[in-house]
Design a protein around this ligand. Sequence first.
Ligand SMILES: NC(=O)c1ccc[n+]([C@@H]2O[C@H](COP(=O)([O-])OP(=O)(O)OC[C@H]3O[C@@H](n4cnc5c(N)ncnc54)[C@H](O)[C@@H]3O)[C@@H](O)[C@H]2O)c1
Length: 259
Amino acid sequence: MSDLTHRVAVVTGAARGVGAETSRRLAAAGATVVLTDVLDDLGAATAADIDGASYRSLDVTDEDAWASVVGEIVDEHGRLDVLVNNAAVLHLGTIENTPPDAYRRVLEVNTVGPFLGIQAVIPPMKAAERGSIVNISSIDGMIGMNGIPAYAASKFGVRGLTKSAALELGRSGIRVNAVCTAGGNPAMYGNWMDQLMEDMDDMMAYQNDRAIPGGVEYGPIADAVVYLAGDTSSAITGADIPVDNGALAGKWLAPFNNL
Ligand SMILES: NC(=O)c1ccc[n+]([C@@H]2O[C@H](COP(=O)([O-])OP(=O)(O)OC[C@H]3O[C@@H](n4cnc5c(N)ncnc54)[C@H](O)[C@@H]3O)[C@@H](O)[C@H]2O)c1
């Protein structure tokens, strides 16, 4: 277990889902956590339930807001050790059915957002000669899938950004890694969920041919982030770590398991 005592962490998209659980587990490991999101009421309520945590409104696409939030955190706490770029949006639709503005919006939140976050935390992390940045990608950033061109492009982009940043910042004591998850908050699917549930068997099959059948809970994702945030992962940078029940291990075929 990482010991994050005296460390200060900022988590984007932390009002709910993976970001909220990550904030809880960072705090449980000893960190002072600043939750951020655009869902201000929910974000403030989530932070209020976590010891020593606080909430700040932050739209990750807003460069000026990043400067303000990071400046306020450093003024208040004197340091900023961990950035978790978790905020993201989903757009479902084939390429033919994806309006260009929807595609641009997904890239803006999911890929430009983490870029702006990394830019904002570099000065305090370089000054301290230490820092850990964890970007939440997805198995959709590792292998292709139909119907999610914008999301897949954005999450592949997060991995590219992660590796470039790791190489640029390693000599300044800053590590940058990605966590590639195969699960999260169903609420991210919004109104598409009802339509998808009409094909329940196919949707379940998607999860059930993994090495470990089923969806991935928030906890294991958050624990991977906590590990990467702390010094026990000191030799790991530029990695993209699947937390995916083995979804990326390959294909599982039931009859072949009886041979
Ligand atoms: N939900 C899944 O099935 C799934 C699967 C793989 C990976 N992920 C990844 O996990 C991470 C967390 O997602 P989640 O599953 O908890 O879903 P979620 O929708 O609950 O969390 C995303 C959060 O980002 C916030 N957000 C959206 N736009 C924002 C913006 N412009 N600025 C700041 N915050 C913004 C939302 O308000 C929300 O709280 C994301 O990076 C997502 O891509 C999710």
